[in-house]
Each structure stands twice: as structure tokens, then as C-alpha cells.
Design a protein around this ligand. Sequence first.
Ligand code: MN
Length: 560
Amino acid sequence: MINFAKTIQDKSSLIGRAYDFSKTAHANQKRVSGESYFSHPVAVAEYLAKAGMDEVTVTAGLLHDVIEDTPETPEEIERKFGSDVRFLVEGVTKLGHVKYRGEAEQVNNIRRMILAMAEDIRVILIKLADRRHNMLTLSALPPQKQKRVAEETAEIYAPLAYRLGMQNLSGELEDLAFPYTHPEEYRWLIEHVRDRYEDRDKYLRSIRPKVERALREAGIKPIQIDFRAKRYASLYKKLQRYGTDLDKIYDLVAFRIIVSSIGECYETLGIIHKIWPPVPGRIKDYIATPKPNGYRSLHTTVIADEGRFVEFQIRTQEMHDQAENGIAAHWAYDQTKGKNEKRTSFADAKELRWVQQLRSWQGEFTDPKEFMESLKIDFFKDRIFVITPRGEVIDLPRGATPVDFAYMIHTDLGNQCSGAKVNGKIVPLDYKLQSQDIVEIITQKGKKPSPSWLNFVVGGFTKKKIRAALKERRGGMLQENPKSELKIVVEEGIGIYKDITATISRSHINILQIQSNKEKGGRFSTMKIICDTADRDKMSKLVLKLKKIRQIKEIEHRPV
Ligand code: MN
């Protein structure tokens, strides 16, 4: 890892020269806070060095505002520091300081970010370090601006960092934004949580020796055992989900154990479960199935002494570094690979599935508003992680259905989707998938999507794909309204048709078509009624009312 303080003294090094160059270039500038401007690029570069980034990135960090804010040119930077540094500095400059010229401008910023990311992820890492320091110094800005910058940080930069596996930075950005985006909630939390944190801390301290002793007896020497207090921003998110009951949050402060090998991770898990029983459903093996952002760890919640819930996170040093710094750690490990063959299972940035998705998706949306909505819903909302039969992890928005899953894999799979199995059992297509579900799509060749799917899919991308397929089917004709078919087996009798049609119209449903086939010589007819709605609730209520008609023997409905 680069020792920043030492390297800037070395005037023959790239970083040392960039330090002096940037200092001179920004010499007469001040930040809004009154500080010298130069303190900003220094803070950014220092952070990048600490995150284990390479020399070129740290150098570019020092120079990241030079093109934008001083008379120096890209050519000059290339001449003095090489073409890689120029590329990164220009990349960051192009991303632009987000200047809030309305939504369209913001969308363009994100687009530029995505394209830059696809070219060289280091541009984004510099941008994130830049944003982090701007958030640390946000109090110097006028309140109006504070709120806007904080909102953007929470909505775009923090999730972006998370997706790049930088949990630590992501959490930090969220926490920095939180007091500005939710001032009242922040005050409430500070007031109510502080005592609990202290109490919790005391309790964990009291059970810690038990954990240490058990590990020692098993011959495991942990590299580190500590407690991690939940961040205010993520605590607030949890409270929103569970209601404002702080007692229901088990991991207000969690134990973190770092051991030497993967084998020891599992051993440690076993040892902890031997001391205290685990809470069912709370054991998570992110080592066998890493999160899509690369996060690996074992999590468990146990019922510890005095019946209190305690969360444990167990991982190796390498996993820990990656959890803290994500992509940046990957870079750091990659550089040392030649020397000590430290391999990492972390996906290469360019192979990260979602980076590819972002890249191809952003090309598909022509309407900025639609793109922004889709981006927010599809990428930046809460995610679930499901698994393909081949063991690939796919992440989807919370509430996603098998249809969303199918379209995420491939448009054809979505279009031809006729059923789904979750964990080996057939489920309806509107089934809400859960994390860790193994999902298998059953296809039918030549099948087309049903308009009714639009009522339950959650992804903006899925909806777009379904609409496109439906449009194709109609040869580009005007969009038809979704419909349902009622199939009724009815005993013939006077006035029965009138009873049925009257019940339907009392439910404010229009009949588009009626067909009736009488069984030869029998008493029963099969009716097929096409109704003008595909609303499942509405149709189910109608069916309940129709079932009260004595002559109806069988009834079912389906969207068509
Ligand atoms: Mn900057």
C-alpha cells in the first residue's frame, strides 16, 4: 500500500511531483469554507491511497480538479504525468461537478458516469473519493445546496459505492447525508439510540471473554474481534421496515470476528453455535453465495446470555478488506498477485454483471425521465438475490416475480415464460421471490407475454420489454386493453344467462364477448365470457359473487 505522507516527500515520484504541481496550480484558490483549495485534492488522494489504490489513481486524485479549475491543460498533464493519469483526470472532469440543471442534466451525469465506469472503474473511484470529501465539508455550503448535494449522495453515490462492493464508503456516504436529508429523524435517533448503544456495548463486552475462551480451546487465533455499531442511516432504514421499535433490531451492535482461513470461518460459526443456539433463518452464508457486489462473510444471530439476540459476522482478512473497500481492494490485491499469488474470487469490474447491464440499458432508454425512473427502481432500491439452477446469483428489486427474473436473464426467456419453479416447487408467475430462492423458468416455445403481467412485475426494464413484445404481437397496432376470460360450467335453466350477465355488470365489468357450448343431450353448458379487465382482484371478487348462483357448477378466470 502507498504511504501517502512519505511518498509526497519524494520529489522524484509521480505522486510527489503531482503534489507540488497541484499545490502550485490551486495556489490562489479557496474553498467556500475559507480553507485553501489544495486541501481538497490532498484529502481525496490520501483516501485513495488508504483504500489501496495504485500510483496512477492517487496521482490523478491529486490532479482531479486541475483541468476544471485552473489554466492547466490535459496536454500538460499528459506531458508531465503520462497518458493514464490524463485519461483519469479527464474522465473525472467529464463527469462534471453535478450542477443541478434539472432532471435531464442529472440523467446525463449518470449516463456519463456509467460510460466512464465501463471504460475504467478508477474514474468512479476518484469521483466517489471526491464526493466523500465534499460531504465531509458540506456544512460550509448554504442550507439549500446542502440538502440537494446530500440527497444526490444518498440516492446515487452511496448506492453506487455499495454496488462496487465498498460497503464502508457506501455506509459513510449515507451517514454523512442522513442529517441533511432527514434532520428530524436524525435528532430522534441520536436521542433514543445513544443509551442503547452504550448498554449494548457493555453487554457485548461482558460476553466477549466467553467467545475468546471457546476459540482458544479450539485452537483458533482470531486476527481481530470487535463490535460494529450500526450506522444511523441504515438503522433508520431498518426502523422504517420494522416500525420504530428499537428492541426488534438485533444487530444494533454486532460482533465481528476475523480469522485466518475460510475453514476457520466455518469452525468459528460452529463454535459460536455450540455456546448459544442460533436464531432460525438468520444464518447467512455469503462465503458459499457471495452478494453480487462481492461481499463475503458468514452471518448468524444467536440467543446469547439473558436471552438477548447477538449478531456475529465472521470472515477472513481478505474478505474484510474487500468488504471495506470493494473494487479498490480488488485492485490492490490484483497488483500484488504476481508477487505472492494472492488470488481473489472477487469479480473483475468489467465482469460485474450489473455494470454490463447498466451499460447496455442506458443505451435503450431515449426518454431521460423513463431512464431515471428505471435506474432508481431497478438499481438503487432494495434488492433481493436469487439463484439460477446453474448457481449464478441474480439480483432483483424487492418484490420481483419469476417474470422479472426471466427477463433479467434474457428477453426470450421472459417472452416464452409459461411457468416457474422456486426451490423445486411450481409457483404462480406473480409469486414474490425471496433472497436465496433457486428459480427455474419453464418455457413454452412461441409463447408470448400476457398483458396481465404488467399488473404484477416490478422492474421498469421488465415492463418495457413486455410492452415491446406485446406491441410486436399486435403488429404495432394501438394498444389493446387487457382482458380476462371467465369459464363457467352452468346447469341450464330459465333466466340463468340473465343472472350471470347482470352480476357481471353490477361489478362494473363490461362483457366483450360470450360463447356458449351446450353438452350434447346434457343439462350443462360451458360458457366463455370475455371481460374488459385483467384486474385479478376485481375478477376474483366477481367470481365469489357468481358462485352464489346455484346453477353454476364450475367457474374459473384467467387473463387473456
Ligand atoms: Mn473535487
